[in-house]
Design a protein. Sequence first.
Length: 61
Amino acid sequence: MADLNKFQRSKERMVEILNYLTKTGKNDQQDDTYVLTLEQSIQIIDSKIEELRQSEITEKN
């Protein structure tokens, strides 16, 4: 459960940064690279969260 919370907090922080960049970004290539990297990282964290949830369900059964 602790790992799941860490993943969730990391995701929330990345979403905050992503929102900041998209609202205040200059739309230059460097910002676009950061945005793309953050979006990919959020997707990876989402998949890891789902894996952890599934493993916790499996362990309980």
